[in-house]
Design a protein around this ligand. Sequence first.
Ligand code: NOJ
Ligand code: CA
Length: 692
Amino acid sequence: MVFFGQIYGQSLKSPNGNLEMEFSLSQAGEPTYLLNFKQQNVIKSSKLGFQIKNDSISLKDAFVVVDTKESSFDQSWVPVWGEVNSIRNHYNELLVKLKQQGTQREINIRFRLFDDGLGFRYEFPEQDHLIYFVIAEELTEFAMTGDHTAFWLPGDYDTQEYNYTKSKLSEIRGKMDSAITPISSQTPFSPTGVQTSLMLTTREGLYINLHEAALINYSTMHLNLDDKTMVFQSWLTPDANGDKGHVQAPFNTPWRTVIVSDDARDILDSKITLNLNEPSKIENTDWIKPMKYIGVWWELITGKSSWAYTNDFPSIQLGKTDYSSAKPNGTHGANTAHVKSYIDFAAEHGFDGVLVEGWNQGWEDWYGNSKDYVFDFVSSYPDFDVKEIQEYAKQKGVEMIMHHETSGSIRNYERHMDAAYQFMKDHGYNSVKSGYVGDILPRGEYHYSQWVVNHYQYALEKAAEYEIMINAHEAVRPTGISRTYPNLIANESARGTEYQAFGGSKANHVTVLPFTRLIGGPMDYTPGIFEMDISKLNPNNNSHVNSTIANQLALYLTMYSPLQMAADLPENYMRFPEAFQFIKDVAIDWDESIYLEAEPGEYVTVARKAKGTSDWFIGNVNGYDSRKTSLKLDFLEPGETYTARIYEDAKDAHYKENPQAINIRSVQVKKNSKLKLRSAPGGGFAISIIKN
Ligand code: NOJ
Ligand code: CA
């Protein structure tokens, strides 16, 4: 098939025919693609290609089609943990083999068209005329059909810890400055640069999500908008030299993804990102387990207690500084007695794990000075008795969760990694929360550049060798790699609950995250805050948590993760034992998930069936407008009765004025029942439905 103005054209349909894409070559031999959904254009004709460093001939035109191959795939696979117990991977594929006239260079482009979106990647086969090369820029375009509404984060080489801005594409430039709030390491790059996963809605009622899958050995993709033409172009993260990627053929890039539907729920339900990743490379996965945990953490974040052991030392040199002579500051959170009280609380209330931060030497002086050797990950403070805690936790049936803050000094972390992981295994730790606060060392590298992406991958693969699960904070946002390495049980890589103690987040933030950050994988969002007035914990911190208690409970459903924290202090849970019961009851691994209602920025309601049981849990998070809904429970088994325990915002609840007002009630329900519910501004509801 050849279309007007083109020298080549070929189209492909998704299995159900709703999506159709066309690949073509322009008269100049430029590869392009376009995408339609139910006959409506989603992506206009968009160019594909690369600019190679120090090369006058770019890889963007003068191509001819050497061969094409169509195929279909339809198989289901079983995730180690997940929202559902089986995932169908069903697509039609078009592989286009291209050769550049003159240079004889070869590129293949592989398109996979699913019923809910498109994935495509570049493949550089082994060849004589293109072996090693440096990418100056990837030239992939996503040409929008209009001035859509976007939920965007400032494009940044180092962080995603921003609030989302909702605006027309044409308004991004004008709103960029105010969207860039201060963060400990940040490098915005363009007045119209935004991050993926990017969520868009159109006037015609389409929902479009742009992201990437399987980001391995490549630099992170951002998008830069030409706001005259409404064309996004890929913008890769440079390294310290300004280069955007070092490639050796044969090589495949990550997949570029476009998820699309006329129903917002389908975006949340999409499994494209996971399906475009390779199957698990870990054979025995028995050691990988979902976990619900508490931790010596919120007291540190709020400033109620400290990571540091002493105030005696303005700077630390590990191995030289003598902690044994230092005066304890009296606020150190990670002391043995205090940690034991957390272990007791975890054991009493059925939590799997306890995270302890600030257990190791070096926190007196841990970031901001471009310091290489901040931590060694094995030397504990004098008041943290590793052995005693190990034995106590074991006796109580609780797992300790390790904490490795790297301060962005990744070479130092790699230098100590084997010893650090071995130390964990020797002391009963099977999972680690790692962190990358501050600018990356080696200097000049960014959190999202190729070399640093390779570090996160190295840490993940090495952890798998030690049978260790990873929850990495400040690392690159996930791209479905947890299919291949299911020991990546969570990431932060977005603005998490900690910001509620640093001045607050937008009250509808949690209605956007499922459409953006969670497209790539689970988030360690750390929900469960019951005391919204942070000055009650620390009189010097006037932050307010912009959320109701019911909203906090709902997050255990709406922010899908196999790793869930109950982040507030034990004493705050004891003030609200009835509401706390939901956190104790809620499951963390699922057989089924049904998105009941969704609109980005407004609300998300999901029902999930707990793995291996007949119990259901429902969560709703709500944005700025109060909202009434009526939920049909037609997913329940026919002929059965259930007890539904409803945790709902009280009539006068409000994320700011009255965040703790919650009504808790029980009703009997069946398959044909309807539940009438109300969510306050910044509120929501949570429901457990247990078979009688
Ligand atoms: C930032 C992380 O997001 C937070 O959870 C952690 O407590 C601090 N870094 C210290 O590592
Ligand atoms: Ca963080």
